[in-house]
Design a protein. Sequence first.
Length: 118
Amino acid sequence: MEPIYNAHGAVIGWLDDDAIRGLDGAVVAWTKNGTLFDLSGSELGKFTNGFLRFEGAPFAFVRGAHSGPVLPFPSITPVRPVRHVRPVRPIFSIPSVPHVPSYSWSHRAAGDVVPGLR
């Protein structure tokens, strides 16, 4: 599991292979082929170059992210949570055409895009 940071460098969740987990270890979203999906399979945004994006604007990132806004200094990584049992993966919707990537942070908070991220 690797930490997911918000625009201020705070850890807000965890990337666990293709699952996005909240701070408590529960799966809150999925990634597949560069697209971010909710637990029911509906598209939430994109996951490209280490950035989680909504309408092209990044709202979170993982270490190694590139081709986006200036990254903040990451906070100290908390202890990894105990993984909750993975739910069954849904049938994913057909991904939309990506928006033009933005080099500015999104005005939307991560929790507004992906419920369960703080």
